[in-house]
Write a protein that binds this ligand. Structure first.
Ligand SMILES: [Cu+2]
Length: 244
């Protein structure tokens, strides 16, 4: 009798412990998911400019923003960005861009990393910009050879959304390295001769939610270089919100 009562008591205790554990696990997962979906490094809101531009007879307001791409935390810090936890390749100062709708957006990317070779030469092409080009250190180009790309900045829509399409692909010119893998100085004063500066413009349409990511497999060795920075949110990927 006493024995079976004790067993029932133990059962109740272990059931309560199990319930408490699962509640705390669910709460923990909730906290983690919330943290992931929040923007750890805030947003980059494009700055609206006073003048306008006329393209094919239509007048567009203008806006602009600037980002950087870094080989590691040290390079990011040298450019004033200290927001990311892991010492991986990373974009900064935030991975969530906020752009005005129906606007001519000019983006400047200062890029400081080296590179190997693109898996897919398609991503060496400039796609979706006004004029089909970008400038690299002041020179207009429409593509970069597959073995001279460090990362790409690629905006696209989410599958199954009904909003206006937005696709922009920008290959970023890599920084040359010597035989010891040390970066060589560049000719670009805008990066203090440590990187390259890509400038390009594209037109936004109506409001919508998009994503961007790097299409260069620059993560660690797991999953064919799609691990680490490539599979963690906030290093080689982010959100693009187009606001009305
Ligand atoms: Cu990358």
């Amino acid at each position: 009798m006493t024995n079976s009562n004790m067993t029932a008591g133990k059962r109740l205790t272990s059931a309560l412990v199990a319930t408490a554990l699962s509640v705390s696990v669910v709460a923990g997962v909730g906290v983690v998911l919330h943290k992931l979906s929040a923007d750890p490094n805030g947003t980059i809101v494009a700055t609206k400019e006073a003048d306008t531009i006329t393209i094919n007879g239509k007048v567009y307001p203008k806006a602009s923003l600037t980002m950087g791409v870094y080989a590691d935390k040290e390079q990011a810090k040298a450019d004033g960005f200290t927001g990311n936890k892991n010492d991986w390749v990373q974009f900064g100062p935030s991975n969530h861009l906020v752009l005005p709708a129906n606007t001519y957006v000019t983006m400047t990317i200062h890029a400081y990393d080296g590179g190997e070779k693109l898996n897919n030469p398609f991503f060496g092409k400039v796609v979706g910009t006004v004029g089909g080009t970008m400038s690299v250190d002041g020179i207009d180009v429409s593509s970069i050879p597959a073995d001279q790309v460090q990362h790409t900045f690629t905006i696209h829509g989410l599958p199954s959304t009904s909003q206006d399409p937005l696709f922009v692909n920008i290959p970023l010119q890599h920084v040359n390295a010597d035989e010891n893998d040390e970066f060589l100085p560049t000719k670009d004063p805008n990066t203090n001769f440590k990187g390259h500066t890509m400038v390009f413009s594209f037109l936004t349409k109506s409001a919508g939610e998009y994503v961007w990511n790097c299409e260069y497999p620059c993560g660690d060795g797991t999953y064919a270089k799609f691990g680490a920075a490539m599979s963690a949110y906030g290093y080689m990927s982010g959100k693009v919100t187009v606001t009305a």
